[in-house]
Design a protein around this ligand. Structure first.
Ligand SMILES: [Zn+2]
Length: 471
């Protein structure tokens, strides 16, 4: 029997797999003619754009029985591993390959009618726990309604959705960064606290902060009397002790017992801080507060209504939390790094749209505009490009002043690979030099300082344009 998930749904989708208005829901999730339909069908003309619904990594892209071609994307979400599955594309409608890191809203495929299909549509599935890992399929329809539509005006909403549905470390430990004897117990400890912020990299960071991975004779008992690699005080150990390696004794000095007990204690702290945040009794990040509780006691967190401050809390507890969150990043697998940079790309894109829209309708002024905004009350085309680029990169990229100079920057990308922030060059002179520049803000759409309109407007990307990615 197919399993339906009754517990909490996976993290909300960041975007819909297709732009609103481009499809019709033609078949729902559930029992269908003696079979269980594991996803939903979105009918649309052949070639209609399909977007990645979450940041993630492509773990399958190609032929699959019944699907014609499929794409499977694994995403590490706040609620654990989630896969999104896209089916029925033709060979020329699959734009990603296995191993690609994709971001939510990326154009990954085109609608087809390949495989067991009675007309062009996207068959879309959502799996909690992973498709290739034999997780559970869930109905994506409710999440589709909450997801930001895939359209430029929703890039900001998208960024907010990502904050809620951020890629979290925890997929795994980076190879070779944690002493090997700790690795299985860190993974077991994290597995004992599923769908939480208590991950193997976090626990590894905590062990580093507590004992720097020392144990046995190498570890001197601290002045406070804390013991073992997780630095348990004897009284606390009595509460949390566990015989994780089944050797007949719960030993505070054993890596296995100490790390798994640490994970269980952290899991309880995380549950308490999450509940406190939900009820409004606590303010802050559940993981930060769980770490503070490990260090200073949950009572201190409760009394402060969040992160404790003053005295030792300021000089000791707060630095302890910050340090561990830094270590957590260091210990997270490199796949996470790639996912994180994909997340930063989306963040940048929302800033592009924000910066560009800020001056929509502002006057065109020849020679106007710089990194700070309009000059003489307006922008010309390269002036606007300069402002948007500078602002959306947090000041790290300053373009030269003229279109001709800007044309020498970055690398050319094809239209289907263009992303917000890329520069759109057009109005070619006979020497193949552009006279005009705009900025991509969404698929097929740019914003530019238009001489024709006398102001800053959105416009379709011209057919003869060449696009350059400058970041
Ligand atoms: Zn279907």
């Amino acid at each position: 029997m197919p399993q339906q998930l009754s517990s909490s749904p996976p993290c909300a989708l960041t975007t819909g797999p297709m732009a609103k208005g481009t499809y019709k829901l033609s078949s729902t999730f559930g029992q269908r003619g003696g079979e269980f339909h594991r996803g939903i069908d979105l009918a649309a003309p052949r070639g209609t754009a399909i977007y990645a619904a979450l940041d993630g990594k492509v773990v399958a892209a190609g032929e699959a029985s019944g699907f014609g071609n499929w794409i499977v994307i694994d995403s590490n979400t706040a609620n654990g591993l989630v896969s999104t599955v896209y089916g029925h594309m033709y060979n020329d409608g699959v734009f990603v390959k296995t191993g690609d890191i994709v971001k939510a809203g990326q154009h990954i495929a085109a609608v087809g009618s390949n495989g067991q299909s009675s007309g062009p549509h996207l068959h879309f599935e959502l799996w909690q726990g992973g498709r290739l890992q034999n997780g559970k399929f869930v109905d994506p329809a409710p999440m589709l309604e909450q997801a930001a539509p895939t359209a430029s005006q929703d890039a900001l909403k998208m960024a907010h959705a990502i904050a809620d549905c951020a890629v979290k470390p925890g997929a795994g430990l980076a190879a070779g960064k944690v002493p090997a004897e700790f690795v299985p117990w860190l993974l077991k400890g994290a597995a004992d606290c599923p769908n939480s912020g208590i991950t193997a990299p976090l626990l590894a960071g905590q062990v580093k902060a507590e004992s720097n991975f020392r144990y046995g004779a190498a570890l001197v008992t601290s002045s406070a009397g804390a013991l073992g690699p997780a630095q348990f005080l004897p009284g606390t150990w009595e509460t949390w002790k566990v015989d994780a390696d089944n050797n007949g004794v719960a030993d505070v000095h054993s890596i296995a017992d100490a790390v798994v007990a640490q994970a269980h204690f952290m899991c309880k702290n995380w549950q308490d801080t999450s509940a406190g945040i939900k009820s409004g009794a606590l303010i802050g990040d559940a993981v930060d507060l769980a770490l503070a509780a490990y260090n200073a006691g949950f009572g201190a967190v409760q009394a402060a209504g969040g992160m404790p401050s003053g005295g030792d809390y300021t000089t000791q507890t707060r630095p302890y939390v910050r340090k561990i969150r830094d270590y957590e990043r260091e210990f997270a697998s490199t796949d996470f790094e790639a996912l994180k940079s994909a997340g930063q790309q989306v963040d940048r894109e929302s800033k592009v749209v924000q910066a560009a829209r800020e001056y929509l309708g502002t006057a065109y002024f020849w020679g106007g505009g710089n990194i700070k905004g309009p000059t003489h009350g307006g922008f010309d085309a390269p002036g606007l490009a300069t402002y948007v680029t500078y602002t959306s990169t947090g000041g790290s990229l300053t373009l030269p002043r003229t279109v001709q100079q800007q044309w020498t920057k970055g690398t050319e990308v094809t239209a289907d690979r263009a992303k917000p922030g890329d520069l759109v060059f057009s109005e070619w002179n006979p020497n193949g030099i552009p006279r005009h520049v705009g900025i991509v803000i969404s698929s097929g759409v740019m914003i530019h300082a238009s001489t024709g309109d006398g102001k800053i407007v959105e416009a379709p990307i011209p057919a003869d344009a060449k696009i350059r990615s400058i970041s």
